[in-house]
Design a protein around this ligand. Structure first.
Ligand SMILES: Cc1cc2nc3c(=O)[nH]c(=O)nc-3n(C[C@H](O)[C@H](O)[C@H](O)COP(=O)(O)OP(=O)(O)OC[C@H]3O[C@@H](n4cnc5c(N)ncnc54)[C@H](O)[C@@H]3O)c2cc1C
Length: 247
């Protein structure tokens, strides 16, 4: 399910369908928060039993319901530093206008949100890639970081779309010895990023590469089609999921 579909339906029947599909509901409780940059906020939680029940995998994400004007809105967020033993994790919010961002700006210790785990998964690429080729932005930075953490021995090239001057200060877990971060300012609704990746990916995308793409839906779709169709990379070597929908 893409983020657009999450917007199109309400809590009621979608929650019911997810429950029928076996999704579990959890209550997360805020224990603290820090403003990482002007436009990026980290919130710490206790997990309401999620991690003991579900385990942990790279890029793991949950569906959370945020109240706004009396209505619940479901939004996807990625677990940061999940600690199964302690039953804790953080979420990092790229801030803009919207119910989730609004909630993150104002939350305080003791506040709770309801969440469902459904749809998240990760298949370790086989054969093991020789390089990670990653396209992301502030919304997918937590997932990008978890991908890098999970593959400490692999070199990576990361095309990262920036939207704010403060994005320079984002908490990248890149190691300059192994990772190359290529920042691309967001222009023309993501078209600059598409052009840049199209120009630079072929030189790096050998048969053993693993391409991971998560930016806005249209950009993600364009780049996934490019990698799979024009570059003819095998389907299982290209992971792509749109993380947000521009309006
Ligand atoms: C699997 C998955 C994991 C995700 N993990 C994270 C995460 O860890 N951290 C995170 O910050 N986001 C993450 N996202 C993206 C997040 O779910 C969306 O950005 C969501 O739309 C935010 O909800 P909102 O209520 O704040 O804004 P919405 O009500 O959805 O949107 C309000 C306005 O803000 C704009 N907008 C929404 N998102 C962005 C954005 N990222 N940049 C610029 N403008 C935007 C919309 O176009 C709209 O105009 C993830 C998405 C997916 C699918």
């Amino acid at each position: 399910m893409g983020p657009g579909e999450e917007h199109a339906v309400g809590h009621g029947w979608q929650g019911a369908v997810l429950k029928l599909m076996g999704a579990k509901d959890f209550t997360f409780t805020v224990t603290g928060a820090e403003q990482v940059t002007e436009d990026y906020r980290r919130v710490r939680f206790t997990d309401g039993g999620l991690l003991a029940a579900a385990g942990i995998h790279p890029t793991m994400w949950v569906r959370i319901w945020f109240e706004n004007a009396g209505k619940p809105h479901q939004r996807a967020y990625t677990l940061v530093d999940p600690d199964q033993e302690a039953g804790t994790f953080s979420l990092e919010f790229a801030l803009h206008d919207g119910p989730a961002s609004h909630w993150a700006r104002g939350c305080a210790p003791g506040d709770t949100v309801e969440a469902t785990l459904q749809g998240s998964g990760f298949e370790t690429p086989e054969p093991r890639p020789e390089r990670l080729l990653v396209v992301g932005d502030a919304a997918s930075l937590p997932a990008v970081n978890s991908l890098l953490d999970a593959h400490p021995d692999l070199p990576a090239t990361i095309w990262f779309e920036t939207q704010h001057a403060s994005d320079e200060e984002l908490p990248f877990r890149t190691d300059p010895d192994r990772h190359e971060l290529r920042r691309v300012p967001r222009q023309r609704s993501g078209a600059d990023l598409v052009e840049r990746v199209r120009a630079e990916l072929p030189a790096l995308a050998g048969p053993e590469a693993y391409v991971w793409i998560a930016c806005d839906t249209a950009t993600t779709r364009a780049l996934a089609a490019y990698a799979r169709k024009e570059l003819a990379l095998p389907k299982e070597r290209v992971h792509a999921l749109g993380y947000w929908r521009p309006s």
